[in-house]
Write a protein that binds this ligand. Structure first.
Ligand code: TRP
Ligand code: ZN
Length: 869
């Protein structure tokens, strides 16, 4: 690889900062390519030493450095730092510099896009704004003055409370903000632009009135209400569930089109990707409504878990993210269907987190080594991190968990702390030894639980043994035993749950902490079937030699809805994995037998529609992929399609009746309607795949009559799956209708990118030239290029290697524009470990090509260098 090797940072190397900054005065004069930034810091030496002050800074044109009002001469600059020799212990440091927001396409630091200035500082973006101690354990209060042209930038926003404002003679105006809460610089934010403003209020449990302000692009006011309603629900929920109240008098949210991730929790001034704010029936799907509520809540919950108590260093990221994801998942479960939520969470773990753990990017939820911090905003840190918190919740019970949270805030409010500090608070509040549990923070990889059982008909004793197995991951060979809560129950052959123990308890939680543990049950009349890992009580893989018949029983009889769904998924998975290599007759029989087991489900009236739809949905290709050690891509894809089609045909009559079972009501995002649409659109997919005679008519009808985006997309998805010519026609109509609406057009780009057709690359190339496509907008890039990489199995993994090459070519360009997004999209390309040798070589070849790029970013360097053998 052609680059200078970037430095690796290690968790073990943490040292307290040599200097502290406890107050900052910032002044911005916003000019497109020459924005002036004055940063005045109150600096104190931390401890007694005579080291120089070393500040971080990147791409900044330094104008002057003053100490206590006198211009300093004794400083040295590098590409990434400013070193100031100083022997005073307390001083005022004034740094004046120039930055260029207009040409900042990385969307990190201060950037100007679509007529608005916007900042993104987490993790290490503040150093692109001014020279500073850019680390989360330096906490300061901030006063910020923003000066800009009044006509183009009527709104000038920053953290905290607005304290003063005024006009200047040259058409400019200024506003001053003051944030009384100490914060690390990654939570600093500035936004300047012209927006529509949606206002509301929230009265807290203690009776304080909070002003809520939502800023959206001009003309988008009608799409802001759901986000605002979600915010109020989240504020209320955090009070009732966690006793946590908002602290400032104002809470602002700004929606922008150019944004690297979902949203950012800047103190008092959240910045959001407009995708997670804007919604109305015509343009947003039920899923969009759901995600908006979840992300709004996530960022709001950060105000306590992240902002009031923050991270000591970036290795501790899961301290705030794992905990906040857990909180937003609990919130979402309370707002809608707990089981459907849980299933969605588990899909993320199985499809993406297991994949990460099996790849060269595997890392514990608290990583030990990092080159580019942006590469560690991962499903492991976030979602597995949340699973680790959930296990604590299970092990300590809700009461014990909340006691731990209370102690955590009492001890650490206003501080920058570690994951260990969090676990310590949980331990102390519950008087429970969590020393072995702590290994979840340091150990990567997906544990495997091997379950075996025996039954003795004479003594009527049933024994069940649980063994934990850990395989080496890429970066960590040695593994230790973890504490793994396993919730389970036992079913007899009448599908009744056995009483376990002396009470009428039907579910047990085993705390597996040794290599193997065995449980014995007495007076068991016949060999029971275990129903394992209720609620996905740990982020592990379970291995028990179920027969298809036994899985069928768990699916029908388990007292745990998650276990029922999971058993159904295993039924499907087993069937799919065993198809290849069989004779046609064997295949037909095996498929028929599997499908027959779902008959009671499709007929059932005792489960919710939403759960029924989930059970009747095949495991995704990604989930199936993660179940195998080596994958024959073409065979797997083919087998999954085969079962899909058979399921469509066998139940054709049922699909039709499910499709027509509900009366259409005007759209509302309301759970009964959401469930019905989900079932209906699933049924529509199956009807299309089953080649139902008048299906084109059904599709056209639904497309023309739809009063909402969920139903419109339902048609497009079905027509695409059925490979109908109608798909092309409807796509054309869709584009004509929505060409001016970028968020809707993203759905259209994504559908195109996911189409299974031989000329897919030519198709994508044409779309890259679409007047609404731009490499500068991450949402567009994710929709078109990201969808292709992550989901278009046939296109991306084409055995001729053209899919890989196409992606590599694109990433070489994207590397220059936005390294953070490039490094996200490269993910499928570095996950070559399980595919066949031919594809492995083709993928590695492309990784090497990208690796040879001049000016390769740290982001891509880290992933490529790890993944090349
Ligand atoms: N802290 C943010 C969250 O979890 C995520 C985040 C990290 C982010 N870095 C970012 C968002 C860069 C946007 C851009 O909500
Ligand atoms: Zn977060």
């Amino acid at each position: 690889m052609s680059t200078i090797i970037p430095a690796v940072k290690k968790r073990a190397d943490y040292r307290q900062p040599d200097f502290l900054i406890d107050h900052v005065d910032l002044e911005f004069t916003l000019i497109e390519t020459t924005t002036k930034v004055i940063c005045i810091s109150k600096v104190t030496r931390n401890g007694s030493h005579n080291k120089p002050l070393i500040l971080d800074g990147e791409g900044i044109q330094l104008s002057s450095v003053c100490i206590n009002g006198t211009e300093a001469a004794d400083y040295q600059q590098t590409d990434t730092s400013l070193t100031i020799d100083i022997d005073t212990d307390t001083f005022e440091l004034r740094i004046e510099s120039i930055i260029n927001p207009k040409d900042n396409s990385s969307l990190e630091g201060l950037y100007l896009q679509a007529g608005a200035y916007c900042t993104q500082c987490e993790a290490e973006g503040f150093r692109k704004i001014t020279y500073f101690l850019d680390r989360p354990d330096v906490l300061a209060t901030y006063d910020v003055k923003i000066i800009a042209d009044k006509v183009n930038f009527p709104f000038l926003l920053s953290n905290g409370n607005k304290v003063d404002s005024g006009d200047l003679s040259d058409g400019k105006h200024w506003i001053k903000w003051s944030d009384p809460f100490k914060k690390p610089c990654y939570l600093f934010a500035l936004v300047a632009g012209d927006f529509d403003l949606l206002e509301d209020k929230f009265v807290t449990q203690s009776g304080r009135t909070i002003a809520l302000e939502l800023f959206v692009d001009k003309g988008m006011l009608g799409r802001g209400q759901h986000a605002l309603d979600s915010l109020k629900k989240a504020m209320k929920w955090d009070e009732t569930e966690f006793g946590l109240e908002y602290d400032l008098d104002i809470y602002m949210i700004v929606a922008v089109d150019f944004f690297n991730m979902g949203a950012m929790e800047n103190k008092g001034l959240n910045v959001f990707n407009s995708k997670f704010v804007l919604a109305d029936a015509q343009t947003a799907t039920d899923e969009d409504y759901f995600n908006i509520e979840a992300v709004i809540a996530h960022e709001y919950f950060h105000n306590w878990t992240g902002n009031r108590v923050t991270c000591r260093d970036w290795f501790q990221l899961s301290l705030k993210e794992g905990l906040t994801v857990f909180r937003d998942q609990q919130f979402s479960a309370d707002m809608s269907s707990p089981i459907v939520n849980r299933i969605q969470n588990v899909k993320v773990i199985r499809e993406r987190q297991f994949a990460e753990d099996a790849s060269a990017m595997s890392h514990p939820i608290r990583p030990d080594e990092v080159i580019e911090m942006n590469n560690f905003y991962t499903v492991t840190v976030y979602d597995k991190g949340s699973e680790v918190i959930r296990m604590l919740f299970t092990l300590l019970s809700k009461t014990g968990f909340l006691a731990g949270i209370k102690l955590y805030f009492k001890r650490f409010d206003g501080q920058a702390v570690t994951c260990d500090d969090f676990v310590q608070a949980m331990e102390d509040a519950n008087d429970k030894d969590l020393s072995q549990f702590r290994r979840w923070y340091s150990q990567s990889g997906t544990p495997q639980i091997v379950v075996t059982d025996t039954y003795d008909a004479i003594s009527k004793i049933y024994r069940i043994a649980f063994e934990q197995k850990h395989i080496a991951t890429f970066e960590q060979k040695e593994k230790q035993n973890l504490v793994i809560p396993i919730q389970f129950s036992l079913l007899n052959d009448k599908l009744e749950s056995l009483n376990l123990g002396d009470t009428d308890q039907q579910q047990l939680t085993l705390e597996l902490n040794e290599t193997q543990q065995c449980l014995e049950f007495y007076n068991v009349e016949s060999k029971p079937i275990p129903s394992l890992l209720h609620g996905f009580s740990a982020p592990v893989k379970v291995d028990y030699p179920y027969t298809q018949q036994q899985l069928g029983n768990v699916m029908l009889g388990s007292p745990d809805e998650f276990a029922r769904w999971d058993a159904g998924q295993q039924l499907f998975s087993n069937c799919i994995h065993n198809l290849a290599g069989k004779t046609e007759l064997q295949q037909t029989t095996s498929i028929a037998e599997t499908i027959a087991m779902f008959e009671p489900i499709i007929e059932s009236k005792d489960i919710s529609l939403a759960l029924k739809a989930e059970i009747l949905t095949l495991p995704s290709f990604e989930t199936l992929f993660q179940q195998l050690d080596t994958v024959n891509i073409d065979a797997l894809n083919q087998s999954r399609k085969q079962l899909f089609k058979a399921l469509a045909q066998t139940f054709q009559a049922n699909w039709l009746s499910h499709y027509s079972a509900f009366e259409k009501q005007p759209y509302a995002y309301q759970s009964q309607q959401v469930e019905q649409r989900k079932m209906q659109n699933l049924a529509l997919k199956y009807l299309t795949l089953s080649a139902q005679p008048d299906v084109e008519q059904l599709l056209t009808q639904q497309f023309n009559n739809a009063d909402n985006m969920t139903d419109s997309l339902g048609v497009l998805g079905a027509a695409q799956l059925g490979d109908l010519d109608l798909f092309e026609r409807l796509m054309l109509a869709f584009e004509q209708k929505w060409h001016a609406d970028p968020l809707v057009l993203d759905k259209w780009f994504a559908l195109h990118a996911n189409t299974d057709r031989s000329d897919i690359l030519a198709r994508i190339s044409i779309l890259m030239g679409h007047s609404r496509f731009t490499i500068n907008n991450p949402n567009r890039v994710r929709a078109l290029i990201g969808t292709f990489c992550f989901f278009n199995v046939a296109g991306f993994h084409n055995i001729d290697g053209t899919g890989y090459k196409f992606v590599a070519d694109y990433l070489i360009k994207l590397n220059e524009v936005n390294p953070q997004i490039a490094a996200r999209i490269i993910t499928p390309l570095i996950q070559w470990q399980k595919v066949d040798k031919t594809r492995q070589q083709l993928m590695q070849l492309q990784l090497m090509r990208i690796g040879d790029t001049k000016g390769l970013s740290k982001d891509l360097f880290e992933k490529i260098s790890k993944s090349l053998p």
